[in-house]
Design a protein. Structure first.
Length: 215
């Protein structure tokens, strides 16, 4: 069979050249009418929504955070499917919209759904992060000395690396994953409060005033 094709190609050169020209012409026409490229993004709008509640198990996150957000996001206009994963202290939901839905419309509708239909414990506000199949630039890992600790690594990421990366032109968002957040715990001695005639609301107010965040 291969020998026959070679003989036909060598003995019928005009026909072979004509077929080649037709193939090239068809390819050029198809390429000129191709409407899917890397830019604009061929993927649909995808919103990743996270909620964090340190100390809760995956089952508790699923019950109190993931399911209420799924139910609240389901009636959002343009939603195609909703996928979720519950981790220790973290609820992760990915909302995929239908093709053709505008990004800002999807973002606004999802934010309205979370605001109007979702009531999470402790009035927690979930975070919406835009995503796409080709929009992610790269992933990196922060490492340090053996005794540096996850809390210090997370501090370096949140207060140094993330802020510097956001100053780079074209970087819209930096999503942090993992590590532990530094917390300060105040233990109140009720006997000393009574001795100094200080109430608990006054202690709360003093702590709140000492942690004010201003520009």
């Amino acid at each position: 069979m291969l020998k026959g094709l070679l003989v036909f190609g060598l003995t019928r050169r005009p026909i072979v050249l004509l077929c080649l020209l037709v193939f090239i012409g068809g390819g050029l026409i198809a390429f000129s009418k191709l409407n899917i490229e890397a830019y604009p993004n061929p993927a649909p709008v995808i919103l990743e929504i996270t909620a964090q509640a340190p100390g809760l198990s995956a089952e508790e996150m699923e019950r109190y955070y993931t399911i209420p957000m799924e139910v609240g996001l389901a009636p959002t206009p343009g939603v195609d499917l909703i996928r979720s994963t519950s981790f220790y202290g973290l609820s992760f939901i990915r909302v995929v919209f239908k093709y053709g839905v505008d990004y800002y419309f999807a973002y606004t509708q999802a934010a309205l759904s979370l605001q109007q239909r979702v009531n999470l414990p402790n009035s927690l506000q979930p975070t919406i992060q835009g995503s796409s199949l080709v929009g992610e630039i790269f992933r990196y890992q922060v490492v340090g000395p053996p005794n540096f600790g996850l809390t210090n690594l997370r501090t370096v990421q949140d207060w140094i690396l993330q802020r510097r990366l956001l100053t780079v032109e074209g970087v819209i968002q930096v999503v942090t994953w993992g590590g532990t957040t530094k917390e300060y715990e105040v233990e109140v001695d009720l006997h000393k409060l009574d001795a100094y005639n200080v109430t608990l609301p006054q202690v709360f107010a003093a702590i709140g005033n000492a942690n004010s965040n201003v520009g």
